[in-house]
Write a protein that binds this ligand. Structure first.
Ligand SMILES: [Zn+2]
Length: 494
């Protein structure tokens, strides 16, 4: 027995020596150790991009590809792939949270940023709300990388917040904003703050706190474009924001800055010898899907693709040092290609005629309601608008009656409307006339929706670059984070 022990002792010493020599022989050896423990033996990327399409599942991606094909060719079977669909490594991740098969963005974001499950609506802490989970962005910052967080929704929203905040509720918006100011990250860009001075507007402004922490706060388009590395830590906010402090939908954007603009500026400001980590969220894909508006969804998927194109342009210059990972946090709307009324047919060209989002259309309905009032609405007033802005002409009797009923409800002040089961299923709490218009237009294209909420289906993952091979297979959303940490040489915190 004793004899064996000595032998084992000797053997172990040799093994450790071999591992150290092996680690020493491999370039960037040290960081890989953490990765090794997580099964990664390759090079560590210097530049890491993490693109999260909120609410973006495979149906949203496929719809965007068929739509792009319909734009590019009269051939009804022409399809044009999105840039990330041709990434060499692809996988699938399951999205359930700690307490629901249908997650929401705080729990999913926490899993994707920290590798840990938590309950719905909880951000960056465990289900008991006692234990803080360290995010890969915080670890990257500690490791000396520069860190950027970009989103098309408010910068204190669930997904961006999941990378720097730790709150018992995603609704603690002021506290999330204060955590942003204290994060020490280098670049925050896109939307604004929902509660900059607290729920009761009685707190010190988070922007003031951020400035005291050395941030340059910029919300002028030209000033944002003129930002340079010498400006140091930056919070860049779109000058004109929509409701909820978000960027415009791509379909409504006009000359406002895009997600791609904020991504490109981020790359310029973050590039440095120690590398950077950048999380970019296409946040309004989710919102458009909640509202069951396919064209607006698709346009925001292509805006997300444009932001990824900025990372690909950078990748082309640094192919051996860059990792790009693209995924979603959950699917929203139960979107699918295939609808009862159109069976095997699709006609995505119908979507080309839509010129505005439901959000903009809602504004028109609101001003109409103010004029005509309850009982005064007439579909005839809207036929030219439906033709010009949605290409909706030649209405069938069925379509017409649905539009008339919905318009009559839209003419009633929201608070006065029926809230019965039938209305909930028909309109999902959205502007009845708007959602009926998008439903009819989407159904004509062959697109169906099952819900106004999220769904529990698995989500695709696309990876390109250093360590991309780690993202193949079917795994859990927490594994996406663990794989990224492994590749980045960061230590997953049990
Ligand atoms: Zn959502």
């Amino acid at each position: 027995m004793l004899k064996n022990k000595k032998w084992i002792g000797g053997g172990l010493a040799i093994l450790t020596l071999a591992a150290t020599l092996f680690a020493a022989a491999m370039p960037d050896a040290q960081p890989a150790l953490a990765g090794q423990e997580q099964g990664y033996y390759g090079k560590t990327p210097k530049y890491v991009f993490y693109f999260i399409g909120d609410g973006m599942g495979m149906p949203q991606i496929d719809a965007a590809q068929i739509y792009k094909g319909a734009l590019a060719s009269t051939d009804s079977m022409h399809k044009e792939s999105v840039n990330f669909a041709s990434f060499p490594f692809q996988g699938m991740q399951s999205t359930h949270s700690a307490n629901s098969f249908i997650t929401e963005s705080a729990a999913a974001g926490t899993a994707l940023a920290t590798g840990h499950k938590t309950n719905n609506d909880v951000l960056g802490v465990d289900p008991t709300k006692q234990i803080k989970f360290k995010t890969m962005a915080e670890m990257a910052k500690e490791k000396g990388m520069k860190v950027g967080i970009v989103s098309s929704v408010s910068i204190d929203h669930a997904t961006p917040g999941a990378f720097y905040a730790h709150q018992p509720s995603r609704k603690n918006l002021y506290e999330i904003g204060v955590e942003l100011a204290n994060s020490g990250f280098d670049y925050f860009a896109g939307g604004g703050f929902l509660q900059p001075t607290g729920k009761k507007k009685d707190k010190q402004s988070v922007l003031e706190i951020a400035q005291q922490k050395g941030y340059k706060v910029v919300n002028d388009q030209q000033a944002i474009m003129n930002l340079r590395q010498k400006d140091g830590k930056v919070i860049a906010i779109q000058p004109e924001l929509t409701a909820d402090q978000a960027l415009q939908y791509e379909i409504d954007r006009g000359g406002h800055l895009s997600l791609a603009d904020f991504t490109r500026k981020g790359i310029e400001l973050l590039d440095n010898p120690n590398g950077f980590f950048m999380m970019v969220e296409g946040g309004k894909i989710d919102w458009a899907c909640h509202a069951n508006d396919a064209t607006t969804t698709i346009r925001d998927v292509t805006a997300f693709e444009d932001a990824i194109a900025e990372a690909l342009a950078f990748y082309a210059k640094h192919p051996d040092e860059t990792l790009i990972v693209v995924t979603g946090d959950h699917e929203t709307g139960g979107m699918t290609i295939g609808f009862a009324g159109t069976e095997y047919k699709t006609a995505f060209k119908n979507l080309k005629n839509q010129t505005m989002s439901y959000e903009e259309f809602d504004k028109r309905i609101a001003s109409y309601r103010a004029i005509v009032g309850e009982g005064g609405a007439a579909l005839e007033d809207w036929l030219p608008v439906l033709a010009d802005n949605f290409g909706l002409t030649a209405l069938s009797e069925y379509e017409e009656s649905r539009l008339r009923n919905a318009l009559a409800v839209s003419a009633i002040e929201a608070k006065q409307r029926a809230n019965d089961e039938h209305s909930k299923r028909l309109y999902g709490g959205y502007e009845p006339f708007s959602v009926t218009v998008t439903h009819i237009l989407n159904q004509r294209a062959g697109i169906g929706w099952t819900t106004y909420a999220h769904t529990g289906v698995a989500i695709p993952v696309f990876a390109q670059g250093v360590g991309g091979e780690r993202f193949q297979g079917y795994y859990d959303n927490t594994d996406v984070a663990k794989k990224m940490m492994g590749v980045m040489g960061l230590q997953f915190q049990q």
